[in-house]
Design a protein around this ligand. Structure first.
Ligand SMILES: Nc1ncnc2c1ncn2[C@@H]1O[C@H](COP(=O)(O)OP(=O)(O)OP(=O)(O)O)[C@@H](O)[C@H]1O
Length: 806
């Protein structure tokens, strides 16, 4: 035999076969009571199974040989409590051990011997009879009793044990071999023996196994064994799970690795060598290099880069994180354009880009000079208010030009979702930053001019209130660290110059309006429009259509006709459309006729634009009793507004009004009715007037489909009723506006400039205004006042005097 230690399974089997039958169920009388004690470590040996053991030291080797020769190979095995290296003394050894019968020995050199044999029975120590050179004890052997009939409890235990062992078998294939080996020995009629065989296979703690050995009662032993097997089973299950997990992970990793390698190889073939993720990360990092990110942002960016590196390029998370970093990289952190500080240049820019608007330009220049002086725009918000097409946007652009800043414009009209301003949180699919951050990204500067259009039409809904989000953006206290939901980092908006535009101020949320400096643009009179068309709109459109200035000319008279008959509005948007139309038609004519140039005049204008859209704003060619011309101020600018009254003779007199009137306007109508009735009532006027007592009176404000409201039609309504009742027509070249009280006092109204412009547009030469609006009118530019005679009214009598000149 070789010198190797025997571990081979078949040798152990051989030993077992050899010892089989010899002492399978020894009785006490067969077993020696004086035994050489061999100390063993790590785990006790249970009776029943054959196994190899190794011992060291000359004294032990001699004692073992002697036991084989003289004592049929019987020795005692006792578990040593001390460390393996130390030679254990009497006191270190467990007093309960196993009688072991050695069947074969094999010496490996002078110091090491290997023995093979099997456990026979338990013993307990009586006393030591020799201590040196080896231990010899007097013992009491406890062979397992034969043929005990297990009682019910024990049977149940044994079945449970066998069940658990079966489960263990399924989990642990290594275990299976051993169990198969002992399977032949499992015998439920010898429960003690069976349990010992199984105990030999357990991998429980040393102490637990020794306790099992020391348990003589079969019930208790069965209980303990069952517990230990269950523990073993649990461990086996955990092991299995861990194994599975590891296996799965390894498999997945291997697969991914394999695919990635393939991808790399393919890319290499295609010349796209670098790994996608890496090169993207590098690119992003490069873009971020020159930016002045604040500490907090820098930290976040670093964390995100860390995350990006660990992510698979194909994973959706990679995209989300990359997009986020791209947004950050595209923002103008710490990048500013330098403001031009030259106010004379600013004036030049404004003048060059706009005709007229003197007052607006003056206000803008005042504003710019304070900005230049203070060196900061923080807290200043301009609101340009006026009808469509009067140049609000283009004034905003000029402000940006004058300061040398970038310009960005977006509309907040109809906005209902706060996220449009503040962005979506990144957890949303397809999340984006809000409009403000997009504006900064687009302009590439942290101090652009941002124009918020249609602030009077901002909405609100269950998705949050965009107005309050805007408030946060515009508030100088807060916008230094504006946090967009998507960015989730503060960005400094305090250097942005905000300009808002609105058609009317009434619908702007009050907290927003409070923060803004309102500059009104009232609209243009005909002469201004003609000049704007001649100097700006026409040259611009010619250029856009690829014409030299001389190729198409439109005479001033033609322009005037265009303004009056085709584009009657407060602004010039529609006029610009008409000019485009003329130029397009002219282009066709020039191409077809081969002419070099074309002149558009008042006479041939209809060839280009068709029949006039507006004839006159006057519905009535001659003065009619019951009709008066009022002036209104709407989001579209000033407008003229007829008020009609009519009556039907009736036994049951009454009063009604129509024309989509708002609540305030309805009240005005009722007030006018009451006032005029009391004014004309019997006994008050010479001869008396009993019209209202004998008629159903109806008041109407065309056009009936347009909703109207406000108190400023008070005097007009009253005058219409007066004219109806008295049968006197109001002179046909007069228009009026003013609120009326129940006692006939005339109160001031708003929008004087817009209304004056509307009156001029309608060819009106006489205007009735409340006395308290005198200053408003007198402060208007001379060209608007020109040609208008104003009659100021303090009481309704003043209105009558102006309307029915003697
Ligand atoms: N005073 C002016 N001088 C020169 N051009 C003008 C003047 N006013 C308006 N325009 C021109 O008229 C056109 C319409 O003006 P703009 O778009 O600024 O109007 P807006 O008031 O912003 O209208 P909206 O309220 O509809 O946005 C532009 O081409 C603009 O340049």
């Amino acid at each position: 035999m070789s010198d190797e230690l025997i571990t081979d399974q078949h040798i152990i089997e051989e030993v077992m076969a050899e010892t089989e039958g010899k002492s399978l169920q020894p009785t006490e009388t067969f077993l020696p009571q004086h035994l050489t004690i061999l100390p063993i470590q790590q785990r006790p040996v249970f009776p029943g199974l054959g196994m190899p053991l190794a011992f060291k030291g000359k004294a032990l080797i001699n004692a073992i040989k002697k036991a084989v020769e003289e004592q049929d190979g019987y020795v005692g095995l006792s578990l040593s409590a001390g460390p393996a290296a130390k030679e254990p003394g009497d006191e270190d050894l467990s007093e309960i051990g196993t009688i072991f019968q050695i069947a074969r020995i094999q010496q490996h050199g002078p110091e090491l011997i290997q023995v093979m044999g099997r456990g026979i029975a338990r013993f307990t120590k009586k006393r030591a009879i020799l201590v040196k050179p080896v231990l010899r004890w007097e013992v009491t052997p406890y062979p397992e009793p034969e043929n005990v009939k297990p009682d019910q409890d024990l049977k149940a235990y044994m079945m449970a044990i066998s069940g658990e062992i079966k489960s263990l078998l399924q989990l642990n294939p290594l275990f299976k071999e051993q169990v198969n080996l002992v399977a032949s020995q499992l015998n439920y009629d010898a429960p003690g023996h069976t349990m010992d065989v199984i105990s030999n296979l357990l991998s429980s703690e040393t102490d637990a196994l020794q306790e099992l050995l020391e348990t003589f009662g079969l019930h208790e032993r069965a209980q303990l064994l069952l517990r230990l097997i269950k523990e073993e089973l649990q461990i086996a299950q955990i092991q299995k799970r861990i194994n599975q997990q590891i296996e799965e992970k390894v498999n997945k990793q291997q697969k991914e690795f394999f695919l990635r390698e393939q991808l790399k190889a393919i890319k290499k073939e295609l010349g796209l060598e670098k790994e996608e993720g890496e090169s993207e990360i590098e690119k992003l990092q490069k873009r971020l290099e020159g930016k002045h990110l604040p500490e907090e942002a820098r930290k976040t960016v670093e964390e995100e880069f860390e995350k990006l590196r660990t992510l698979n390029v194909q994973s959706p998370d990679f995209n989300v994180t990359r997009n986020y970093l791209e947004t950050i990289a595209s923002l103008p952190w710490g990048q500013y354009t330098e403001d031009s500080r030259d106010i004379r240049k600013a004036r030049k820019v404004l003048d060059a880009e706009h005709y007229g608007l003197e007052e607006v330009k003056a206000r803008i220049l005042e504003f710019l000079s304070t900005v230049i002086k203070r060196g900061t725009v923080s807290g200043s918000i301009i609101c340009l208010a006026g009808p469509p097409g009067v140049g609000k946007t283009s004034i905003g652009k000029s402000v940006a030009h004058a300061l040398g800043r970038e310009f960005y414009r977006f509309s907040v009209g109809g906005m209902r979702d706060e996220a449009e301003i503040k962005g979506h949180r990144r957890t949303y699919i397809g999340a984006m930053p809000g409009k403000l951050i997009q504006a900064l990204k687009r302009t590439g500067a942290s101090n652009p001019v941002i124009m918020l259009d249609e602030i009077d039409k901002i909405g609100s809904s269950f998705q949050g209130d965009p107005a309050s989000a805007l408030l946060e953006v515009l508030d100088p206290e807060q916008n230094g660290s504006f946090v967009d939901h998507y960015l989730d980092l503060p960005f400094d908006l305090s250097n942005v110059l905000f300009i808002t535009t609105a058609n009317q101020l009434e619908t702007i949320p009050a907290p927003l309006l409070d923060r803004m400096e309102v500059i009104r643009l009232a609209g243009y009179i005909t002469q201004e429009k003609v000049q704007i068309a001649k100097r700006y709109l026409l040259p611009k459109q010619l250029k856009e259509h690829g014409f030299a200035p001389k190729e198409v000319s439109i005479s001033e008279k033609a322009l005037e006709k265009m303004v009056n008959d085709y584009a009657r509005e407060a602004g010039v948007r529609n006029l610009e459309q008409q000019i485009k139309k003329v130029i397009r038609k002219a282009a066709l004519q020039l191409a077809e006729s081969g002419q070099a140039a074309l002149k558009v005049t008042k006479r041939n204008l209809e060839e280009f634009l068709g029949k006039p859209v507006f004839r006159s704003e006057r519905l009535y060619n001659k003065a009619t009793p019951g009709v008066a011309l009022g002036l209104a101020y709407t989001a579209m600018g000033g407008a003229t507004l007829y008020i009609e009254a009519n009556g039907i003779p009736s036994a049951s007199p009454g009063f009604k009004q129509t024309g989509q009137l708002g609540d305030v306007m309805k009240e005005s109508a009722v007030i006018a009715n009451t006032y005029i009735r009391s004014l004309l009532g019997e006994g008050r006027q010479e001869g008396g007037n009993s019209y209202f007592e004998s008629h159903q009176v109806h008041l109407h404000v065309p056009a009936g489909a347009t909703p109207k409201d406000g108190p400023s039609a008070g005097i007009t309504m009253a005058l219409a009723l007066y004219s109806l009742a008295t049968g006197q027509p109001v002179r046909d070249d007069i228009a009026m506006t003013g609120e009326l009280t129940l006692t006939g006092k005339v109160l001031p109204i708003g929008g004087v400039k817009e209304k004056a412009i509307a009156a001029r547009r309608a060819g009106i030469h006489h205007l009735i205004l409340p006395e308290d609006n005198r200053r408003d009118f007198e402060e208007l530019p001379a060209h608007i006042q020109e040609g208008i005679a104003v009659h100021y009214a303090d009481y309704f009598e003043d209105v009558l005097k102006a309307a029915f000149p003697a």
